[in-house]
Design a binder for this molecule. Structure first.
Ligand code: XMP
Length: 496
């Protein structure tokens, strides 16, 4: 019944996730017995197979902290200066709660002006240097300055000093909740060693997060801090960027390129592995077995797969190269497995079913852009879309002209060209709420898919695939229409 993957993917067609469907197998375990733990790269274990994409509308500190909190990982984008990118890494590593409020810092002799009145700034922290790099002296709450008649008064004169309001950086949500309750406080200050302020965590935020599915230990490294990755390019200047990131404690590096099988990337892989042997280096993107083989030979610890399959990508249309994502993931995984190199299926995820397909076809993780870009933790603010009557966030391709004007053109090796050619677009995506809720719900759906296939783990799914027990079929256009909602005049899509 059906075809084994080997037969289906060797007929000269480029299949996308939607083109293929798995036939159900035999169930002899409950959904909760499915274990989705996996590896991002050779030395980075994850408890769920989810990675946020290094894009400037997807992964900065807040997203990376939240992804680590749910057991996945975030890769910080490189469309900023090396020191800004390193600061984002430090920010993720300086807390153990998936909350980031980015407080405002001022020096003691700063005066209250009305500059924050319209903004959502609940506290101003007073530090000697006026930034978060020195010991904090006190704080001024919004309610304090709103009531003030004399707006010229110095912050140092009205600040409150309460050393007991602080907790150490490694307090988790439960410990902070305990402190808030025991002492009847509305907020705590999270402090690094040396009394520098990391963040402010309010009772309101803790209550919000407590309403989501219970968080496990998250992705914590041997240093007791959350693990986080970062993207770099392959220019000479990226060696200096890499040094900044390593100093900030980055756990894994992703060489960010739309076509990774290049002399530039191979040289960078060798340089990074030689200079920082302890650091995992992920190469890509690749979509063919021979591209993968080249990067494996150069020494990568993980491979990122996908070319033109992303929701904002126009590479296949503009450059006529790429591959259907289901075929690419299957082909690259079949060669990477032989060397024990985990594969990241990057792009093209719009439903939990796409995640099941990517993982079962051989990937160890999925990397997502648009799927996460509408969440609370993605950079940017929501705006109301009057036409579609919903809140949206901006999402843009790193190959869009808008993003490339900030530096991401090197991802497309376009650095010497005077004419910039767009390989991506700018758009917006619907509000999805917090990833702390959204990701666990999707993982539950993925577990149900695995259960239908009789696979209780990623390894079990890959064994079914290679032993030809797993059977697939290509879906006709009519079968795809039948598999989607049809025949209704209207419906609601909310899945949880
Ligand atoms: P999704 O489908 O998750 O895809 O939104 C995210 C992935 O798309 C890639 N990417 C691009 N590809 N032009 C492209 O051809 C672009 O402008 C672009 N920006 C991002 C990238 O691999 C990302 O993880």
């Amino acid at each position: 019944d059906g075809f084994p993957a080997e037969k289906l993917f060797n007929q000269g067609y480029s299949h996308t996730y939607d083109d293929v469907i798995f036939l159900p197998h035999y169930i002899d375990f409950p959904t909760d017995a499915v274990n989705l733990s996996t590896k991002l790269s050779r030395n980075i274990p994850l408890s769920i197979p989810c990675v946020s994409s290094p894009m400037d509308t997807v992964t900065e500190s807040y997203m990376a902290a939240a992804m680590a909190a749910v057991g996945g990982i975030g890769i910080i984008h490189s469309n900023v200066t090396p020191s800004e990118q390193a600061d984002m890494i430090r920010s993720v590593k300086s807390r153990r709660v998936p909350i980031l409020s980015s407080p405002v810092f001022k020096a003691p002799d700063s005066r209250i002006v009305n500059e924050f009145d319209g903004d959502d700034v609940p506290f101003v922290f007073v530090t000697q240097s006026g930034n978060n790099k020195s010991k904090w002296l006190g704080y001024v709450a919004k309610s304090d300055w709103l009531g003030l008649k004399d707006k010229e008064i110095k912050l140092g004169e009205i600040m409150r000093m309460d050393a007991n309001v602080s907790v150490p950086w490694d307090y988790d949500l439960g410990q902070i909740d305990g402190k808030l309750k025991e002492e009847g406080r509305d907020f705590v200050v999270v402090e690094k060693d040396g009394a520098e302020v990391v963040d402010v965590v309010t009772k309101e935020e803790v209550e919000r997060v407590k309403g989501y599915p219970k968080l496990g230990k998250g992705t914590v490294g041997s240093d007791g801090r959350w693990m986080v990755g970062a993207a770099i390019g392959t220019r000479e200047s990226d060696k200096e960027r890499l040094e900044h990131l390593v100093k900030a404690g980055v756990d894994v590096i992703v060489l960010d390129s739309s076509q990774g099988n290049s002399i530039y990337q191979i040289e960078m892989i060798k340089y990074a592995k030689q200079t920082y042997p302890e650091l995992d280096v992920i190469g890509g993107n690749v979509v063919t077995m021979s591209q993968a083989q080249n990067l494996i030979k150069a020494g990568v610890d993980g491979l990122r797969v996908g070319m033109g399959s992303g929701s904002i990508c126009t590479t296949q249309e503009v450059c006529a190269v790429g591959r259907g994502q289901a075929t690419a993931v299957y082909k690259v995984s079949s060669i990477a497995t032989q060397s024990g190199i985990p594969v990241i299926a990057d792009g093209g995820i719009s439903f939990s079913g796409h995640i099941v397909k990517a993982l079962v076809l051989g990937a160890s993780t999925v990397m997502m852009g648009s799927f996460l870009a509408g969440s609370t933790e993605a950079p940017g603010s929501y705006v109301y879309d009057n036409k579609n009557e919903c809140w949206v966030k901006k999402y843009r391709g790193m190959g869009s002209l808008e993003a490339m004007s900030k530096g991401s053109d090197q991802r497309y090796l376009g650095d010497t060209a005077k004419l910039k050619i767009a390989q991506g677009v700018v758009g917006s995506v619907k509000d999805r709420g917090s990833v702390l809720k959204f990701v666990p719900y999707n993982m539950q759906a993925v577990k149900q898919g695995f259960q239908d296939l009789g696979a209780s783990s990623l390894q079990a799914a890959h064994d079914l695939l290679r032993s030809k027990t797993l059977r697939l079929e290509v879906r006709t256009t009519a079968a795809q229409a039948e598999g989607a909602v049809h025949g209704l005049t209207s419906y609601k899509t909310k899945a949880f």
